[in-house]
Ligand binder design. Structure first.
Ligand code: 1OR
Ligand code: 1OR
Length: 350
């Protein structure tokens, strides 16, 4: 038997007060009333100045599983396959190993919903986390008790209901089915046992790194949080090739520790080191912005730790930073002119 409500609630209580009112879920919401939600409570800088929104006092060791029972909701092969497909893009599940993914698949149960049904009520305690199998779900936020505002919707993909479970706070929004649909649900206990620890570790590890990246200053804390979920760690020894000039871009990198060098071969075969990057700097964004092959090669100098963001997550999460990245191309062009004395092979960078 599973002791569903054996929570160590005291440990996690509301370490993120003041956070929940500014939470655009950019990783899963496909159509957002962005103007009205992202900066509703002030300009973007306000978020960048605010202290960490993550639960600093969360202690994963305290959450050690003292209950060996595993929850298994039987599923047909087809259902399991559908579910596996739906969870593949859930950023919160990224740090799970294969065994944990199987546990997640076992523990989820189906919930059919009808048009107009309220799946989550703002203000309620959190019970389940939901992954969308099908259906459209509207997001409403009550700002002053009386007025409910439509702030966005999920369209047949994504997940919701993680905030109340992660931060022990009341539901931050109301989720209402706009069509008939089907959801996969995971109860609070399983969510905390399997998903929470990894997600917290990752957020804690990357939060400080990302706060120091000027490019990301226009993301609010919730968007940065989603970015933390999406990053994958990569390590290199001295003089390994991280990116090869001319190849297709599959993602970008943030330097977590160590140094990388950027080397370019120009049209006449001349190879030059054009730059060195250290902690907090990023590279590999150019090919993703321009949809051109990699403009340079990148090599590790000594031991290097990087955080990798794949191209799909880049497109989903870094929309607000795209203009800055485009503007940076001008700087590359100017530097190129200085180093190579011509602009010949960068004319088609954009
Ligand atoms: P929850 O457990 O608080 C409601 O239950 C869920 O709605 C929440 O987790 C998120 O998964 C999801 N603000 C708060 N919650 C949101 C938001 C949101 N969008 C989705 N959820 N926004 C900020 C509104 C000022 C974003 C709206 C686009
Ligand atoms: P990418 O996806 O093209 C290689 O993969 C990365 O190296 C590239 O993204 C940039 O992040 C980085 N100066 C500094 N860094 C550069 C430059 C550069 N080009 C690419 N990267 N340039 C100035 C040369 C003096 C070259 C401009 C074309």
């Amino acid at each position: 038997m599973i002791n569903c409500f054996r929570r160590k609630k005291k440990k996690y209580e509301a370490h993120c007060i003041g956070f929940k009112e500014n939470l655009p879920e950019s990783n899963t919401v496909l159509s957002l009333d962005v103007e009205n939600s992202r900066y509703e409570n002030g300009p973007p800088n306000r978020f960048t100045r605010r202290k960490s929104v993550f639960a600093e006092h969360y202690d994963p060791e305290e959450d050690e599983d003292d209950d060996n029972d595993k929850v298994v909701y039987p599923k047909s092969d087809e259902q399991r396959q559908q579910l596996a497909e739906s969870v593949r893009n859930i950023l919160l599940f990224r740090s799970l190993d294969q065994e944990q993914v199987q546990e997640v698949l076992d523990a989820m149960f189906e919930r059919k919903v009808q048009t107009g049904e309220v799946v989550i009520h703002q203000g309620d305690d959190g019970d389940n986390f939901y992954v969308i199998q099908s259906g459209i779900y509207n997001i409403h936020v009550n700002t002053d008790q009386e007025h409910e505002k439509f702030v966005g919707k999920y369209d047949n993909t994504g997940s919701f209901g993680e905030l109340a479970l992660m931060y022990n706070q009341p539901r931050a929004a109301t989720i209402k089915a706009a069509t008939d649909g089907s959801l996969w649900a995971m109860n609070r206990q399983v969510f905390r046992k399997i998903v929470l620890k990894g997600a917290f570790k990752k957020r804690r590890e990357y939060e400080t790194l990302l706060e120091g990246v000027p490019l990301l200053q226009f993301l609010n804390p919730y968007e940065r949080m989603n970015l933390c979920d999406a990053l994958m760690p990569k390590s290199y020894k001295d003089d390994e090739t991280i990116i090869k000039q001319g190849e297709v871009g599959d993602g970008m990198y943030f330097v977590e520790s160590g140094t990388v060098r950027i080397v370019m071969v120009n049209e006449s075969g001349e190879e030059k080191e054009v730059s060195k990057l250290n902690k907090g700097q990023y590279f590999g964004e150019l090919a993703l912005v321009t949809h051109k092959p990699r403009a340079a090669s990148v090599y590790s100098v000594g031991d290097v730790k990087l955080a990798f963001l794949d191209v799909q997550a880049f497109e989903r999460l870094l929309g607000p930073c795209m203009d800055i990245m485009k503007r940076n191309i001008n700087e590359y062009e100017e530097q190129f002119l200085k180093v190579f004395g011509s602009k010949t092979n960068i004319g088609d960078l954009r």
